[in-house]
Design a protein around this ligand. Structure first.
Ligand code: ADP
Length: 412
């Protein structure tokens, strides 16, 4: 019978260890820590962890504190015909006081490594009903045998260890998935860069020849050549959007700030969309200061911001609706808003719409055109100007995009 005080001390030690284990999320150090503790708590010479390799169906040594050279790792242990395998399958601990008298003992390990196993205690690494491997204590110190107390304490440790191992594996898998995602993102970026550069030259030729033919043929093929030019210009716009996005992403986008009247720029941008708005029977109106609003910014880039916000508002507002572009100066900030009475945006989408290539509608069933880069370009450009942008919306009632720009942005 074991002294209750000693038992309490051991349980306290387990608790302490359990806290340590759950705070280690890196798999290799964690496994190492577990074998150290297992040997200490069971009073044995060494301990090892075997995890089930679900692909090969074999057990694999993942850590052992009597194997500094790591030779155990190369030796698979079959689930059938091994003590560890029997523990894995049954979920019950196994105590072997003399391995020579135990026919299930897998002797290949000892023969190949020279590591001698005389006595053995193996317990399952189990999470609920799922067993992921086996924890073994090897060679009870001073030639003794493992008793019930050792079995209990190692079983308790194994339960904590199994959860910690699984957590570390999940964290590792998550990390790997994240790295893969970053690689894919880089790949996507490269494809965009290559594609847009390669498309620019043939597109220039198409546009050039369309103009030349228009001059040579006069009215003869005007509607057809107009259609070719319009389509080519649309392509040019998409390519420029992709290139802008890439420059923003790689920090290569440069601003050329000048001092210009933002009010006039807004009026011009709105005028460009008047025909489309009229065709859709939309009211497109402005609410601007009475006097010019001189702004220090990159005029072309600001126009891209305006174009994207206005074209989205027009695109996502059904016939009979209203789009309102407003601007006002407040202290040292300029507030620009584009408000529509369109389809609106669900609360959970309000931030995501500024992500690259994000579109709320599935691209297979989409009713509206676009590549999903408009708002991420807007965000990138506004932030480059030292400003911020966000969206507010009541689904089904309409949306408002708010851009705040510093009246005097930081000099590049
Ligand atoms: P796209 O080229 O598809 O318009 P954007 O990046 O400009 O790409 O917009 C991303 C998505 O945000 C759009 O596909 C649309 O679902 C949503 N969105 C943008 N503006 C509005 C708006 N004014 N009203 C409703 N939804 C909008």
């Amino acid at each position: 019978m074991i002294d209750p005080k000693v038992k309490l001390q051991r349980l306290e030690r387990i608790l302490e260890i359990s806290r340590e284990l759950t705070s280690t999320v890196s798999l290799e150090p964690l496994l190492h820590q577990i074998v150290e503790v297992a040997a200490e708590l069971s009073g044995s010479q060494a301990a090892s962890i075997l995890l089930l390799d679900t692909r090969s169906g074999e057990l694999r040594f993942r850590a052992a504190n009597d194997d500094p050279a790591g030779q155990l790792r190369d030796i698979p242990v079959p689930v059938e015909n091994s003590i560890a395998g029997a523990v894995l399958v049954s979920g019950k601990p196994a105590v072997v006081s003399d391995t020579r008298a135990e026919p299930r003992h897998y002797q290949v390990v000892g023969k190949r490594t020279g590591l001698e196993t005389n006595s053995l205690l193996a317990v399952p690494l189990q999470i609920k009903d799922r067993r992921i491997g086996v924890l073994e204590a090897i060679n009870k110190q001073a030639g003794g045998t493992f008793d019930q107390e050792n079995v209990e304490i190692l079983t308790t440790l194994a339960a904590q260890a199994a959860v910690a191992i699984e957590n570390a594996q999940l964290v590792g898998a998550l990390q790997a998935a994240y790295e893969r995602l970053e690689e894919l993102d880089q790949l996507k970026s490269n494809v965009i860069a290559i594609a847009s550069h390669e498309l620019r030259t043939p597109l220039g030729l198409i546009l050039g020849y369309a103009t030349l033919l228009q001059e040579q043929l006069g009215e003869a093929a005007k509607p057809q050549l107009d259609a070719v030019s319009r389509a080519a210009l649309r392509l040019k716009y998409i390519i420029e959007t992709m290139l802008n996005m890439r420059y923003l992403e790689t920090g290569q986008m440069e601003l050329s700030p000048t001092c210009f009247d933002l009010r006039a720029e807004i009026k011009e941008a709105c005028n460009d969309y008047r025909t489309i708005a009229q065709a859709k029977e939309l009211v497109l109106e402005t609410d601007l200061p009475d006097v010019e609003t001189l702004t220090q910014a990159d005029r072309e880039k600001m126009r891209i911001v305006l174009d994207n916000l206005i074209s989205n508002a027009v695109k996502f507002t059904p016939s009979g609706g209203q789009v309102r572009v407003a601007m006002r100066r407040r202290d040292d900030e300029i507030e620009l808003t584009v408000t529509d009475t369109g389809i609106g945006i669900a609360p959970q989408e309000l931030e995501r719409i500024f992500d690259r290539f994000y579109q709320i509608e599935d691209h297979m069933t989409r009713r509206h055109g676009g590549v999903g880069l408009g708002l991420s370009t807007v965000k990138g450009l506004v932030e480059l100007h030292g400003g911020r942008v966000w969206a507010e919306s009541v689904p089904g009632r309409g949306s408002r995009f708010i851009v705040i720009l510093p009246a005097r942005p930081p000099q590049p």
